[in-house]
Write a protein that binds this ligand. Structure first.
Ligand code: HEC
Length: 112
């Protein structure tokens, strides 16, 4: 009986955690051990643009999901020079991997 209660509690916790992480870019970044939060926050200006600003700029741009996933993988600058004084985003070739970066980008774009 105890084991059943424990298993149910664990399942409920897991289900909750997954639902939260899927649309929270900060939680996803932590889950995938990405370095993103060194330079980004949802709506606090750091070295990189806020993720809210990114979501707003690309709202309605159907190519944003692929374009931004590529950009995070390759790194680069140029799109936010005014906000970042020309700072470069470093490439992310291995970790988080492409699929994980794509999930973080989807959650960022859903912020608006
Ligand atoms: C060392 C600081 C730094 C880290 C770490 C970093 N970024 Fe960035 N990020 C930047 C800067 C600077 C820019 C602005 C680049 C530009 O002007 O085109 C940026 C831009 C972006 C953009 C918008 C790109 C565009 O072209 O509009 C996204 C999305 C993004 N970052 C996501 C991430 C994610 C996801 C991670 C973690 C995997 C991450 N960043 C890690 C500094 C960083």
């Amino acid at each position: 009986m105890k084991a059943i209660i424990a298993a149910t509690a664990v399942a409920a916790t897991l289900a909750c955690g997954t639902a939260l992480a899927a649309d929270d870019p900060v939680a996803l970044t932590k889950e995938f051990k990405g370095d993103c939060l060194v330079c980004h926050a949802i709506d606090k200006k750091m070295a990189g643009p806020t993720w809210k600003a990114v979501a707003n700029r690309y709202a309605g741009d159907a190519s944003a999901q692929d374009k931004l996933t590529e950009k995070v993988i390759k790194g680069g600058k140029g799109n936010w020079d005014k906000e970042t004084s020309g700072m470069v985003m470093p490439p992310h070739a291995a970790a988080p991997n492409k699929e994980q970066i794509s999930k973080i980008v989807a959650a960022i774009l859903a912020l608006k």
